[in-house]
Each structure stands twice: as structure tokens, then as C-alpha cells.
Design a protein around this ligand. Sequence first.
Ligand SMILES: Nc1ncnc2c1ncn2[C@@H]1O[C@H](COP(=O)(O)OP(=O)(O)OP(=O)(O)O)[C@@H](O)[C@H]1O
Ligand SMILES: O=P(O)(O)OC[C@H]1O[C@](O)(CO)[C@@H](O)[C@@H]1O
Length: 766
Amino acid sequence: MTSEKKDTTPRDNTVRIGILTSGGDAQGMNAAVRSVARSAIVLGATPYAIREGWYGAVNGGDLIHPLAWGDLSNTISKGGTIIGTARSERFRKREGMKDAVANLISNGIDRLVSIGGDGSLSGTEELRQLWPELVEELVAEGRLTKAQAAQHPGLIVVGLVGSIDNDMTGTDMTIGTDSALNRIVTALDQLSSTAASHQRTFVVEVMGRNCGYLALMSAVAGGADYVLVPENPPAPGWEDDMCKKLAEGRQQGRRESMVIVAEGAQDQQGQRITADYVAKAIEERTSESARVTILGHIQRGGTPSAYDRWMPTLLGYAAAQEVIKAQPGDSAKVLGVRYNRIARLDLTRTVAETRHVRKLIEAGEYEAAVESRGRSFTDMVEVFRVLSTPPSLLTPLESKAKRVAIMHVGGLAPGMNMASRAAVRFGLQRGLEVLGIQGSFQGLIDGNIKPLAWEDVEGWGYRGGAELGTKREIPVVEEFYAIGRAVENHQIDALILVGGYNAYLSAQAIAGELSRYPALRIPMLLVPASIDNNLPGAEISIGADTALNNLTWSMDLIKESAAAAKRCFVAEAMGRHCGYLALMGGLSSGAETVYLEEDSISLDRLGQDAAEMRESFREGRRLALVVRNELAGGRYDLDFMADVFKQESHGYYDVRTDKIGYLQQGGAPTPFDRLLATRLMYRAMARVDEALGRGEAHIEYLGEENGRVVFHDIADMPVQVDSVKRRPKKQWWMCMRPLLEVMANSNAAVQDFALPLVDLTQDQDR
Ligand SMILES: Nc1ncnc2c1ncn2[C@@H]1O[C@H](COP(=O)(O)OP(=O)(O)OP(=O)(O)O)[C@@H](O)[C@H]1O
Ligand SMILES: O=P(O)(O)OC[C@H]1O[C@](O)(CO)[C@@H](O)[C@@H]1O
């Protein structure tokens, strides 16, 4: 970013858009700033940075300056906010706001994209409402001319929610939350090994102010034993309950114990519960020592997750579009995300609703407070209870004498272990016996099957790989008899297959042979797990988020390695025929070009891209990233593409290739994949239980679509997928394709394209 003093006197007639980040910084704010600024440039407007949040608006001068395309280079992977943030006390006062109006107008700015938490956004709205009055006063005081006042009659505002707390109602995730959750869960994984070595309890305090989202979700994803959140204060005597739970867990073989305390946790008397208090309570009641870890600002630090890059990029484009189109007097909007789509929310209402939750907690209306956090939060309270409570403390359920088997089929997907762990615990709670099949269909035929107890799956959640193994082979007809015999011999009443496309094809094959093999007429349910994200009826499959993060992280490293030389990297992402990883990885790592299998890639296109690449290096570019999906371009493979770029470089840059490969499949699953696996298995086990109760035997697959878990009969599969390309006919993320062009090219021809919007009138959670 340039540091020289800018002449901010308005000279052109373009629309000027001020961009500020305010309140606590959050990972992903840079992606939002970059996107708003670059989209503004592509849409014909001029972006201005207002540095240090509202402090910059109040103080003006060098703190307000235009942003050039190059100022945003290589910022998407950076943590924090490159334009600075602050908590400005002066802005809270009328005089401070008046100074802000004077400074904004003297820079020709009356359109603003404000990125921050509810405090920052309510400050923004207050300024918008006071604007006309303050302008009048400034004219009366001679600080603005009448012409300036006439030119800027009102402030046009769009808000983006940047805060790790995820406390804004109406939006599923705020910018920074996913990264903070990644940070917390990584820390919990690391603490687990030391805790297990000593059979010790760790009490971990996490951020979130009055919101328990980070605490609750990290407790589920990190496999914790007990959680304390502000919305759901524990009843008197909770210290004894907690210690009983910890002791029982130990009895069941749990070596590491973890208690998560939200920083805003309190008891029903409104008394704050600190991590130290929790540790003391444990030491007083058990013979064990407890250790306290306060994660603090680590949670807000470091590089953003892939989600906190592509999501703010999408929102940033939408915000630029919105702020350019809006008219003075239009109500202010805040753009959030619901079900991976953009939610256009009324700023005033959203902020008021958010503050209302805080009031509910203060008033002791806890049930209402939990409900206000939305369905996913409410469900997770119950999910956590079931997952974390040792069987001896769960209300005993009568055994149903039914056996549900679980196995993996297809390529490895991080999160498969979490799905198995959840299956065992949800199944046992329902009075079902859960069997683990080792080694897919061949394992079933060979009888590699054993009952899984509550403690058998302890610690599985954070492991990469698949403890039950997985194989890609689809059973052939000759094996169906053996499979049927195995199902009968092991008295398997229902089967849950966690896996990828080949699991679905296997189920389809079984469905076609049911009349010949009646033993296979049992409920079967497919749970989507594939890093390719190519499964029907599932917008995201288990494993795709981990793979995307692994890919993004590797491309960050590649970019860094290339920064020293003038270099173009051509990187290859997995995904087979599905471009999800390549496109989202490209968007998240700031790639210049992405080639998908879904595109038709001609030699002409490659030649043209290479010529543009040469031109950009000739004009001073130092680094470029091209991402290709592993099957994109058919015979134009990785080496061929690299050769075209090399041949056309004319010495302006050199070219290197990198096949990212199997590291995309490896490592511990991200919190998103763990939570998705848990949510899906919660519903899967309930469905199987119901089917067993009713004596039904459907073969179904499930997945999340538009924020709902939806079940489809296997017969729907041919309608939903392109069977040659092995991917859904409709891929919701494809509409983000033009976004990459907008972020990569200031002369992008793409002006306006359809954004994935959620229809809030159809939203049953609002
Ligand atoms: N009611 C208000 N009126 C005017 N300005 C406000 C108001 N509330 C907050 N602000 C401005 O926004 C800044 C940031 O607010 P706050 O500290 O509440 O953080 P936030 O935006 O809620 O972010 P975070 O989620 O990180 O806490 C304040 O320092 C102040 O300048
Ligand atoms: O960075 P500061 O000013 O210490 O603020 C910490 C607070 O900000 C947040 O990180 C974001 O609102 C909260 O979770 C935390 O309570």
C-alpha cells in the first residue's frame, strides 16, 4: 500500500465509495476491502480507504485516500485489516460525527461500505440518519459550501459484518468467524495430546463477547466435555454436574478432558463464570488438577480461512454493486450470508434484533436468547449434550435390538471419522447397536465388522484419514449374494454409507437388484463425503472444506515462493470433473485465471490468456497464479498449459507448475467439516431409526440444500446428476465464476452478473 500523501481534491466525476473497517479486526476483512475496491473500479467507481475506522473519518487528512488496483495486491491472504481499525470514542459524539461528515464530503464521498460489528454498523446508521442535519450545520458554520451540501444530500450506506463473534442475527456467518473457529479448534487438538498424556482437564476460554457461538461450535468440533455459554447459563449446582460428567468420562476411558468457557459465560444469577473459577471448581471436587488456557487474540490473528476469503469476496462485490445503485434516502442495508448465498438485510432491524438478544440474556430469558441465535445454534446445544455425555449419565433408552452398520465407500474425505463417531453416539442414544464395517464392501463380505462402543470412537473426531478405511470399488453383481449373506449373518438392520460418488453408484446398483436379493431390503442412507464436492442433493459434502483450505494454504506458499522472481505458477487442484475446488481455491488465493472442466478450453483461449499474461508482466506484474482443475482442458494438461504460458512469455516471466495432489485429502478436518459431519449424522441416524420403527426400507441420500437437510430417494439420482461427468447438473457455486475475472482484471468486461441471493421471504428461520 502506498504511503505518499494523496491529493484528495475531487477531480473526476466518478462515484466515490468510502471503505472502512471498524471495531475489532477480523480475518477476512482484507478480502472484503479488496473486493469492494476492485469491484468498484470494475464498475466504474473510485474506492477510497478511510483508514483506522471511524477515527479516520473524524480526523480526515491523509487518513482518507483513493485506493488503486495495485494497493490491493497480495492482501487476500493477510490477517487483520490493511486499512486499519479503531474504536473511536469521538465518533460516538455529535461533534465527532460532524467532523466525519465534513471530511467525507470534502473528499467527495457520500457512499460508504462499512465493515465491522454491530457497534460499528449502528454508528454508521446513526451517521446516516444525522447526515442531513449535520450538513446543514456545517454549511451554517461555513465549513461546507451550499454547492457541496446540494451535491451530497444524504449518506448511502451498505454494511458488511466483520466480527469473529458471529453475533449478528439474520446472517449465518460473519466475516472472521470461520477463521477464529479454525484457530480455536486447532488449539483444542493440540491441547488434547498434552491433556491425554497427563489425564488432565483443560479449561479453555474463548472469545465472543455475549455470544456463545464460538464456544459451542468449538466444543462440538473439538470433542469437548462441557461448555458454558452466555445464552444458556447452567442451573445452580452445575459445578457438581460438570465434575460428575468429567469423572464418568474418565471412567469410560477418556484420557483428555476439555471444558470450554465463553468469555461472556455467566450463571443464572448473572455472575460471570471465569476459566479460573471453573478450574478451581474441578480441583476442589476431583482429585485432578486442571489447567487454564485463555486463547485471547490468537483467535483473531493470522491468515484467514478459505471461507473467510471467498465469502467476503462475494459480499464485497455485492456491496459495491448495491452502494453504487442505491439512492439517497434508501434504507441502509447490511449484506450477510445465509445458506452460502447473499442475504440483503435491513441494517436498522438487524442491529436492533442483535441487541435484543443481549437484552434477553440480561433479563434472564435464556430460552428466548438461545432461540434467537437461530436453528443451527439450538440444534447444536442438544447435539453437544448427546455427543459429550457418557452413556451412564444419559437417560437410558430401551434397547431396540436393532443393528445399524456404518461404512465408508469412495475416496478419502476428511471428516469421515467425525461422521463415524457421531453415528456411534447418536445411535447408542437411540437404543441402537452400531457396527463399524472395516474396509467398505469387501470388508462387509469378509466379515470385518465389529460393534462400536461409546469409548471406541473417543478421539476420532480430530483425526484425518478414516479409521474404518475406505475403498472406491463398486460391488459387482456377482458379489451381491455374498453381501446379502453378510447382512443376514451379522443381523444388520440398516446401513449408513458415508462416502463419495462411488458409494452412490453402489447404492444405485443395490437398488436395481433388490428383487433378487431380498436380504438387502433394509434402510440404507448415503451421507455425502467427498473432497470433490460433486454429490447430488448436497451443496457441500464432508471433506470439501478441508481440501479447499489445504489447497488455499498450499497456494499461499507457492505464491510466496514465487514472489522473489517474476514468475507464473500453474497449479493443479483435485476435483475430477467438478471445478469446485479449483474455482473456490482460485478465488481464495487471488488467482489470475482458473480453468475448470466445466469450461470449454480452446487453444485460442489459452493463447489469448498467455498474451494477456505477458502484457501484465511487461507492465510490472511480479507474480501470477493460474489454477486448473485436474481434468480441465482434456488433452491440454498441466504441462501443456504451462508450455503455452512459457512459450508466450517472451522472457518477461518464467513458469513453474505444481500439482497440489494428495495433501488436499489429508490432515485434520476443519471445524466446518466436523460440524457438517455431525449435523448430517444427527439427522441420518434419526431417519434410519424412524425407518426401522416403521419397518420401511428405502435407499436414500441426504444433504444440505438451502440451509435444510433434505432426503432424496436414490431413484432421484439420475435426475440430479450428469452421469457422464459425475457431478450435479446444477452447481450452485458456478455463478461465482465471473467474480474471479472481476478480482483479477481491472478491465474486466463483466459488469453485472447474477449473484446468489437468498429469498428471505421464504426463509422459515426469520
Ligand atoms: N451507538 C454508536 N454510535 C456511534 N458510534 C458507534 C456506536 N457504537 C459503536 N460506534 C462506533 O463503532 C466503533 C466500534 O464499535 P464496537 O467497539 O462496539 O465494535 P463492533 O463494531 O461491535 O465490533 P466487534 O464485534 O469487534 O466488537 C466504536 O468505537 C465507535 O466509534
Ligand atoms: O481487541 P479488544 O479490543 O481487546 O476486544 C476483544 C473483543 O473483541 C472481539 O474479539 C470481537 O468483538 C470479542 O470477541 C472480544 O471480546
